[in-house]
Design a protein around this ligand. Structure first.
Ligand SMILES: C[S@@+](CC[C@H](N)C(=O)[O-])C[C@H]1O[C@@H](n2cnc3c(N)ncnc32)[C@H](O)[C@@H]1O
Length: 393
């Protein structure tokens, strides 16, 4: 990632330079270390740069939480800031590249994209943890009228599938590199025909990490249309029994169980078990009820939250853990005497959000963008607000 190593300099000049800078908008100082954050606005993007100090050299680099997607924007910003501050560069890796640095396939979707997305096909199906993608590619070729949304937490597998989608000229696969347990709630109700969960990791020792759970099932039933099916295929008899128990908790559905049924396509993973003559179980849950549309509106406003004197000392230092989510005020940076940038982690344990909260005398907002609109993030947001408000009173 782009960075500059520069000769140590008088850091108090930054605040002066910010006043009439073309690119820098703010400077804030960490409360417990020497670190500095420089706010920048460049090429229509708002983000932060970090300045880390060492005796021999200072390091000017990107900030992970607010990093813009295009690396070239970051490189240009580093160059411009260094120029405005008159820094002496010791080493740098910010030569602009003409080739695209980011994977930019239009079939790669971010979870945020689903907040407002148009589905290009009549039907929608989902595959959870597609691994090599063999099953997903097969389904997509066979059903060109269906959009297949593939979810995979393992990034190299997601990249591999994207390559195949391009090579095979398919236009009906979207790849989402995200945790399937949190994804379904981004979908509207009654939209899916099938949800495939093939050979999920059994997590015998950490059952809380399993994909199949009561809440996953409830979300699956909401997004499946009537007669749509959740299809589990597993080689683990423990997982099979666990899933059956979970599925029986739904008030109205139809359950079908099969053993050693051959599918038209065999995944790499499955082929291994077949060679070992291991039993394979299928459990199909058919949705029998139409679901109501989600009408919960997720609002990440901070309403009346404002900076109050001494708040930086009083925010909890440790993570606050609740049922299924947490909030943690990780680091506090002072922007002025009456405004802070608070680096936070919050939301689900598996896929936490990392954001800054910009707390000012007159207002409060997430910097630079709001969290993903999921239920746990909303719960966490309410707790964050509560902490910021409680302390006010
Ligand atoms: C045992 S492999 C099976 C892969 C493929 N379905 C097959 O049949 O060959 C399980 C896959 O699920 C992915 N996975 C595990 N938990 C996941 C989650 N919560 N969300 C999305 N993918 C997940 C893993 O990265 C892995 O690729």
């Amino acid at each position: 990632m782009p960075h500059l190593k520069v000769t140590p300099f008088d850091r108090t000049i930054i605040a002066e330079k910010v006043k009439d800078s073309n690119i820098m908008t703010s400077v804030s100082h960490a409360m417990t270390t020497d670190d500095i954050l420089i706010g920048v606005e460049h090429a229509g993007e708002e983000f932060l740069l970090q300045l880390k100090s060492d005796e021999k050299a200072y390091l000017l680099k990107y900030d992970k939480v607010t990093r813009p997607l295009k690396v070239n924007i970051l490189k240009e910003a580093l160059g411009l800031v260094s120029e405005e501050l008159g820094l002496e560069v010791l080493s740098s890796n910010i030569a602009l590249s003409s080739t695209k640095m980011e994977p930019s396939s239009k079939y790669l979707k971010k979870i945020e994209d689903f907040e407002n997305i148009t589905y290009p096909k009549e039907k929608v199906s989902v595959e959870v943890g597609f691994g090599s993608g063999r099953h997903l590619l097969y389904q997509a070729q066979k059903n060109p009228d269906t959009l297949f949304i593939g979810l995979e937490i393992h990034t190299p597998s997601a990249q591999q599938l994207l390559k195949q989608v391009e090579l095979q000229g398919l236009d009906n696969i979207w790849v989402v590199n995200y945790d399937a347990r949190l994804f379904l709630e981004m979908l509207p109700s009654n939209i899916c025909t099938q949800i495939f969960v093939h050979f999920p990791v059994p997590w015998d020792k950490k059952p809380q990490r399993r994909v199949i759970s009561k809440s996953f099932l409830a979300e699956s039933m909401r997004v499946l249309h009537v007669e749509g099916r959740l299809e589990l295929r597993t080689d683990s008899d423990k997982y099979f029994w666990y899933a059956l128990e979970t599925f029986f908790s739904v008030p109205k559905m139809q359950l079908e169980v099969r053993k050693n049924e051959a599918l038209e396509v065999t995944s790499k993973y499955e082929a291994r078990w077949l060679r070992q003559e291991k039993d394979i179980y299928d459990v199909y849950v058919t949705c029998k009820e139409e679901s109501t549309e989600k009408n919960e509106t997720i609002d990440f406003n901070f309403n009346d939250v404002k900076y109050t004197k001494g708040i930086e000392e009083r925010l909890p230092k440790k993570a606050l853990v609740f049922d299924g989510y947490f909030v943690h005020f990780e680091r506090i940076f002072k922007v002025t005497d009456e405004s802070l940038l608070i680096k936070c982690a919050f939301g689900s344990f598996d896929r936490p959000e990392h954001k800054y909260i910009f707390l000012q005398k007159e207002s409060c907002r997430y910097f630079v963008s709001e969290p993903v609109k999921t239920g746990v993030n909303l719960l966490a947001h309410q707790k964050l607000m509560q902490q910021l408000m409680l302390i006010e009173g």
